[in-house]
Design a protein around this ligand. Structure first.
Ligand SMILES: [Zn+2]
Length: 153
């Protein structure tokens, strides 16, 4: 390959456009390595290869994104509407209203039956023994006489 000034300018232009060494060689009918040597001798720089590859990759990515977006929109339009099954909300579990239970005055025997704060708790409610808060049965259960102590000898 002759180092004619026209060729130098031609190659400089092609390389600036981003043509590869292989493509420049194909156009000139010489090998890629011959083009590389020529460019080296005349200090002809090629395109910043990495930047070109990065731009191409970004462009390809954007095209792929667009294809995906279109495919998804198409699929969404074609898909049947999902059937939303509505279930009734479960009824809340029964709760003991503690404040209310504390306010309600207890008539009769106040002996507690069951666990406070649990469903099913209540007070005995039978008629009370005179002077006591409980009915006679619960008075007997709660107050027991201590056995008399024998006088020590
Ligand atoms: Zn009672």
């Amino acid at each position: 390959m002759t180092d004619a000034p026209e060729r130098v300018e031609l190659l400089r232009a092609w390389r600036a456009e981003g043509l590869s060494l292989r493509e420049c060689g194909r156009r000139l009918g010489i090998s890629k390595n011959a083009v590389a040597g020529f460019c080296h001798r005349h200090q002809i720089e090629g395109p910043p290869a990495q930047a070109v590859r990065l731009e191409a990759a970004l462009a390809a990515l954007e095209r792929k994104r667009e294809r995906t977006r279109l495919a998804m929109a198409k699929a969404r339009a074609a898909a049947p509407k999902p059937i939303v099954e509505r279930r009734p909300e479960p009824a809340p579990p029964p709760r003991l209203d503690l404040q209310r239970a504390a306010i309600v005055p207890v008539r009769g025997c106040q002996y507690p039956i069951g666990q406070p704060a649990r469903v099913g708790f209540y007070f005995c409610g039978d008629p009370v023994a005179p002077g006591a808060p409980y009915c006679p049965d619960h008075v007997r259960l709660c107050w027991q006489r201590l056995p008399r102590r024998e006088a020590a000898a």
